[in-house]
Design a protein around this ligand. Structure first.
Ligand code: HSE
Length: 293
């Protein structure tokens, strides 16, 4: 029996659609694996009823199949499904790290990222790695077809999950197929600013770099109350706000840890005014998946 804690992640960070991601210190999934003649999956925890236990439809099951590592996999969900916090990715990442160790497969962390991304393809229809990369590697990650760049970052954030559901497939369906040149220029500027901010642990630059003229505006209508939430978070001191991953979660960058409580309550309050219950996590950028025995 082997246990891995795999963290929630926030993908995109506004200007880095399908490229940027960050591991969060909380919440997390806990994945336990045990050798077995064939793969079976058991799911408990938050939103467990929405997670398929058929190994062919579960991200962790697909990872076991791809690794040729059959196991009884127990997933204790801390990351709510369809929240925008990389829930299916956390399970895939946890399973990849755990099964690699259990069967002594010897895959590198980067190889595990691409493997876990195959699991992601099952739920989103696309093998993108912007959630699994930070869940395995930790910190802030930049994923391109040519490789993965990681860096540690010290950044206090609030993520807030409204009690609404947005499927990744639907959220990808509203993304524009093309962009104007001025939008591309703005996006490159903001993404570059964000990376500089991560390098310097500068929440002002990261907050500014979250601004995205293309994908976030197209998705905002899918998140009830998003505009009011963004305004409330900024009034409470957040340096920037965006939709976390495909939504409906939102992410706000704070100037310092002590500010998170005010930002969290401003966001929860704004969602409440829009008639939506929401749960906020005061968190920060943290480590990737960790094995414990
Ligand atoms: N980059 C992806 C998206 C993350 O925004 O659709 C969701 O899995």
């Amino acid at each position: 029996m082997l246990t891995v804690r795999a963290p929630a992640t926030s993908a995109n960070l506004g200007s880095g659609f399908d490229v940027f991601g960050a591991a969060l210190t909380r919440p997390a999934d806990v994945v336990r694996v045990e050798r077995a003649p064939e793969t079976t999956i058991e799911v408990t925890g938050v939103g467990a009823q929405y997670v398929p236990t058929d190994p062919a439809e579960n991200t962790a099951g697909v990872v076991a199949r791809e690794l040729d590592a059959p196991a009884h996999i127990r997933i204790d969900k801390g990351v709510r499904p369809s929240s925008g916090l990389g829930s299916s990715a956390a399970s895939a990442a946890g399973a990849a790290v755990a099964l690699n160790e259990l069967y002594d497969c010897g895959l590198s962390d980067e190889e595990l990222v691409w493997l876990a991304a195959e699991g992601e393809a099952v739920v989103s229809g696309d093998a993108h790695a912007d959630n699994v990369a930070p869940s395995i590697l930790g910190g802030f990650t930049i994923v391109t077809d040519d490789g993965i760049t990681t860096m540690d970052a010290d950044l206090p954030v609030v993520v807030c999950l409204p009690e609404t559901v947005v499927s990744t497939r639907d959220a990808r369906g509203v993304v524009p197929r093309s962009v104007e040149m001025n939008e591309m220029v703005e996006t490159v500027g903001n993404a570059s600013t964000l990376v500089a901010g991560m390098c310097r642990d500068d929440p002002e630059l990261v907050g500014r770099g979250l601004t995205d003229p293309v994908v976030t505006p197209a998705r905002a209508d899918l998140v009830d109350g998003y505009e009011a939430v963004e305004e409330a978070a900024r009034e409470a001191g957040a340096t920037g706000v965006t939709i976390s991953g495909a939504g409906p979660g939102v992410l706000a960058v704070c100037r310092h840890r002590g500010q998170r409580r005010d930002v969290a309550s401003a966001i929860v309050g704004a969602f409440a005014e829009a008639g939506v219950d929401a749960q906020a996590y005061q968190t920060e950028i943290g480590d990737g998946a960790e094995i414990s025995r």
